[in-house]
Design a protein around this ligand. Structure first.
Ligand code: DC
Length: 221
């Protein structure tokens, strides 16, 4: 019988470090739920675009956020009941998500939703500010990093086969997003003081998860 109290585990890091793959694997291994908070920001971006609102129009953003009903469950994102899981993965929504996520009004709107989902624990939450802002009391915090070149290569292997973007273009986009995500005033991307930092440049997802499981084993009997 497993008497282990459920943990809340956070995984932060830059775009393309492998957070999604690793978070899903870790959640599966522990029998936990998985929360992709980037999908929530993408959902906001999708609705902002649909409403024809500019990314720096705070009053408009607030209006959109107020009428928004996002749900993330079983790896699907619904907005007011409509499944938009695929629609939020376009390059345009990717850049718009980065822009709207820099607006305090958007971050505030998503804060309660994320904390509600985390309340029951037994959760692996992936994002940029999980350990620093949203769940500062998380049981275990990871920061997953990798070189820009390696992150671009992984993205290219994931999506590049469809032939839409070159490796150079992806690398350029990643640099741009890193700059956006790290330099913003609210909740900039950075490791929490008590985060375990893992560099995945030279190791694969299984090896990253093994390192994480070793940390889990160290805090539960
Ligand atoms: O992880 P992703 O690429 O799906 O995230 C989309 C954007 O959302 C990304 O530019 C950073 C932002 N984001 C954020 O600011 N805070 C989070 N917790 C998660 C994502």
């Amino acid at each position: 019988m497993n008497t282990t109290p459920p943990l809340l585990i956070t995984i932060d890091g830059p775009a393309g470090a492998g957070k999604t793959t690793v978070s899903k694997m870790l959640a599966r291994e522990l029998g936990y739920r998985y929360l992709d908070t980037g999908a929530l920001y993408r959902g906001v971006a999708y609705e902002v675009r649909a409403a024809g609102i500019a990314a720096d129009d705070d009053a408009g953003l607030e209006r959109v956020c107020r009428s928004l009903k996002l749900e993330f469950q079983d790896n699907r994102l619904t907005s007011n009941g409509a499944d938009i899981s695929q629609l939020i993965r376009t390059p345009e929504i990717t850049m718009l998500a980065s822009a709207v996520s820099a607006r305090p009004v958007v971050r505030q709107a998503l804060l309660d939703l994320q904390r509600d989902i985390g309340r029951a624990k037994a959760l692996v939450a992936e994002g940029r500010d999980m350990g620093t802002v949203v769940f500062p009391d998380a049981d275990l915090k990871f920061f997953l990093d990798a070189s820009v070149r390696q992150r671009a290569r992984r993205r290219y292997e994931q999506y590049g086969a469809a032939g839409q973007q070159t490796l150079e273009r992806i690398e350029q986009e990643i640099r741009q997003r890193d700059a956006n995500d790290s330099s913003r005033d609210v909740a900039p991307l950075k490791p929490a003081d008590d985060a375990v930092i893992i560099d995945s440049t030279a190791i694969d997802a299984e090896q990253v998860v093994a390192k994480m499981m070793a940390q889990v084993a160290a805090i539960i009997p």
